[in-house]
Write a protein that binds this ligand. Sequence first.
Ligand SMILES: Nc1ncnc2c1ncn2[C@@H]1O[C@H](COP(=O)(O)OP(=O)(O)OP(=O)(O)O)[C@@H](O)[C@H]1O
Length: 306
Amino acid sequence: MEATIEVSDLRKRFGSTAALDGMTFTVTPGRITGFVGPNGAGKSTTMRVILGLDSADEGTALIGGLRYQALRNPLSHVGSLLDAGALQPSRSARGHLLWLAHSQGLSARRVDEVVEYAGLGTAARRKAGGFSLGMRQRLGIAAALLGDPPVLIMDEPFNGMDPEGIVWMRGLLRSLAAEGRAVLVSSHLMSELQDTAQHLVVVGRGRVIADTSVADLIAAASGDRVTLRTTARAQAMTVLARAGAVVAATGSETLTVSGIDSQRVASLLGRADVPFSEIGAHRATLEEAYMELTRDAVEFQSGGTR
Ligand SMILES: Nc1ncnc2c1ncn2[C@@H]1O[C@H](COP(=O)(O)OP(=O)(O)OP(=O)(O)O)[C@@H](O)[C@H]1O
């Protein structure tokens, strides 16, 4: 089966709310696609529709070219981590995985492999009801990987993870993508995706705002700005503004300059005898790029509803 997810023109209303309003994107194999957007943008609804847990009013969602309902032994086609709380609390983690495995014709040996892979170790014998959120996420990952699926869908997998767990999760996602799987990961924290995802689908109000590589998104948001460190901030601002640059102070000794390149900034300051210690092209963070893109798409902003 091809490792792809194809979402095409999904529309869904909940009463007067358009949760999905023409959602369209493709997740391709061999890379991590981050799925991001403000609260209420439609991420969970999209994931639920892809996984057959919810139905759309219009449009299609295909896994390897097939609707979820048409997949035989779905765990071997797609693994998902949606709600880490959905467990039988009295069952041991291993018992839960064994039950899942048997329902899909998978072996007990495979259960032991995924227990190891997800770093559950001896905790697998304990009742899942007593697990921390981080441990439940690991159990969810073990369940998602049971059928060795080519497609993975993870809703907020970093939730509840401690710093060591976050590093582990990043490495795991990267290796799953490197094995040629299609990996769709939603997250609210851009910092978690910055060094993890290669591609981003940014959504707002039920539709795609941007479908782009992380590198291109950061380059576009970085613009042609130059950052500068100087102990003579006021003097530098005067010299650069006189040359036509737009200058903004970003700290007591730092400035952002746009309109002229870093070489010109250096030569202007040199000629005017303005001291500076650092100069370089400004590189936006993924967080900055994301904020700029989604500014108009947030449903609720601090300071009241729009
Ligand atoms: N079962 C439901 N009943 C009514 N409205 C719903 C239901 N599920 C989702 N919605 C609405 O649909 C819209 C999209 O919600 P969804 O949960 O898909 O967004 P999201 O991007 O996952 O948000 P979050 O980041 O907060 O998890 C929201 O306006 C939400 O209130």
